[in-house]
Design a protein around this ligand. Structure first.
Ligand code: UDP
Length: 329
């Protein structure tokens, strides 16, 4: 299939591009490079620089490349930032996403795989969370992703644009080519590894008075390559005519606390990681752990690389390789 991948220059997008190409698909990456990196776009993909708010460029690209399916990942994705800058989140995640859907309608393109988030659930009363559990986002990030899921439902009903919405839990880890490099970095695993590498003086734990086993937040970490594979499975099931679906994308189990992630990072890197306790971060639910039964049952998806040690080790190797590359340059 010829797949149009918005946000394909970003961390997860670049790995999804790799996985699509490895599965025999043609990939057209569409990215405005506001967060992504031009050199993260894999060389097998065609690159179009553009904004998701730009209807004419979107429509032109969908037509020119005779696109058959869309994976929509271009978005603002930081919980804390979304609380302080909700306008940016509504503009990109809702308005931009709707412009894309309009361009798809005009070009006659369906289906779409959408990057949603566990943040749609908010403080869930029940763990692990199932897709049928109540949704109640605690921050604009989750709220905007939920608004888009609702739009997808109505666009499917009225215009026949079928979709899979993947509610990501915590993507982490790296492949040999693609890893996490946000600027500024806000995610836990790359931050603690930066401390291990001596690039930052200390890690900060955002709150240690949550109702969890050690007082720090529990998250469900999934290897980015496993996560990317779920996109390919979703796309291929839609191509076979499957109906629109929403799937959680995590590993389930007990999840890991912030403190446990730091311990594993110490162990994997063999380095000291000084830690300071800080206040809670706005908008953070205490626990987010997926039930991944639905996607396992319907698409046969099982995470293969998502042991926390393996995730952290892959991120650490990627950082080390990048650092030695930098030193050699
Ligand atoms: N976190 C932390 N210190 C940091 C970054 C994150 O304690 O420097 C915590 C954060 O509060 C959350 C968890 O680590 O409970 C994962 O945060 P991250 O930003 O990696 O992902 P999110 O869950 O927001 O998608």
């Amino acid at each position: 299939m010829r797949v149009f991948l918005t946000g394909g220059a970003g961390y997860i997008g670049s790995v999804v591009a790799e996985e699509l190409v490895a599965s025999g698909h043609e990939v057209i990456v569409y990215d405005d490079l506001s967060k992504g990196h031009r050199d993260a776009v894999i060389e097998e993909a065609t690159f179009v620089e553009g904004d998701v708010l730009d209807y004419d460029t979107l429509l032109g690209a969908l037509r020119e490349h005779a696109v058959e399916a869309v994976v929509h990942m271009a978005a603002r994705s930081l919980v804390g930032e979304s609380v302080s800058h909700p306008a940016d989140y509504y503009r990109t995640n809702v308005t931009g996403g709707l412009v894309l859907l309009e361009a798809m309608r005009a070009a006659g393109v369906s289906p779409i795989v959408f990057s949603s988030t566990a943040a749609v659930y908010g403080e869930s009363a029940k763990q692990p969370i199932e897709e049928t559990d109540p949704i109640s986002p605690t921050n604009p990030y989750g709220e905007t992703k939920l608004a888009y899921e609702h739009a997808l439902r109505w666009f499917d009903r009225a215009y026949g644009i079928r979709y899979v919405s993947l509610r990501y839990f915590n993507a982490a880890g790296a492949t040999a080519r693609c890893g996490e490099r946000h600027d500024p970095e806000t995610h836990l695993i790359p931050l603690v590894l930066k401390v291990a590498a001596g690039e930052l003086p200390e890690a900060v734990v955002f709150g240690d008075d949550y109702p969890t086993r050690d007082g720090t937040c529990v998250r469900d970490y999934i290897h980015v390559k496993d996560l990317a594979r779920a996109h390919v499975l979703s796309l291929e099931s839609l191509a076979r005519g499957a109906e629109s679906r929403i799937y959680n994308l995590g590993c389930g189990g007990e999840g890991y606390t912030v403190q446990e992630v730091i311990e594993v990072a110490r162990d994997v890197s063999g380095r000291d990681i000084p830690v300071r306790k800080g206040p809670r971060r706005a908008g953070d639910p205490a626990v987010l752990v997926a039930s991944s039964a639905r996607i396992a049952e319907e698409l046969g998806f099982r995470p293969a690389l998502s042991d926390l040690r393996e995730i952290v080790a892959s991120a650490w190797s990627w950082m080390q390789a990048k650092a030695s590359h930098r030193d050699a340059a």
